[in-house]
Design a protein. Sequence first.
Length: 197
Amino acid sequence: MSALRLLAISGSSRAGSWNRKLVEVAAKAAEARGAQVEPIDLRALELPLYDADLEKASGVPEGARRLRDALRGADGVLLSAPEYNGFPTPLLINSFDWLSRLQPEGDAPSGLAASSGKPLGLFSASPGPLGALRSLNFTRQYLGMTIAMLPVPQQFALSKAAEAFDEAGALKDARQQAAVDAVVASLVRVAAALKAS
Ligand SMILES: Cc1cc2nc3c(=O)[nH]c(=O)nc-3n(C[C@H](O)[C@H](O)[C@H](O)COP(=O)(O)O)c2cc1C
């Protein structure tokens, strides 16, 4: 079987984002298990705030097609998102809302067909004490229930993120690294089984 292809997504595109650092740690753990990991920057998709009038006037923006095509080519997804007031970020929700508006085009599936059944490993990070755990459960519900992805049961919320990484971007605490590894191991197991089936 060829190497698993995974997408790595951060729900924050902020320079220095803790969530991007955390998903990079997860990506390294997946690469250590033989996967190929491709990062996708949601901000680079340049998706405007969803607006039905805009959609009616000019259709779904190209960025949503880039997300669809990235998902279509992936065997699974690693995703880490911060919380804003206990909820997943507008960047994350808006990107997947636009994806959900894409209808099938030629050989390309609808946005939801591209995301449907895609195994998903979930993470969150915050400088605060709860590690954005409250939003992580909403992210699980949103991406699992309505975007039809397949979140693995394991997840990891990194608290006190501002103190968690060394200068090379690695997690200082071996228990936190083990928690990341557990999510990644589960994702790789499920993605490999689905790819083989
Ligand atoms: C509008 C807003 C609301 C926030 N609400 C929360 C919150 O509910 N819980 C929390 O832990 N952090 C909250 N934060 C702080 C973020 O966790 C912090 O900015 C974090 O660094 C964002 O993730 P990033 O580093 O990946 O960009 C909030 C930040 C903003 C801008």
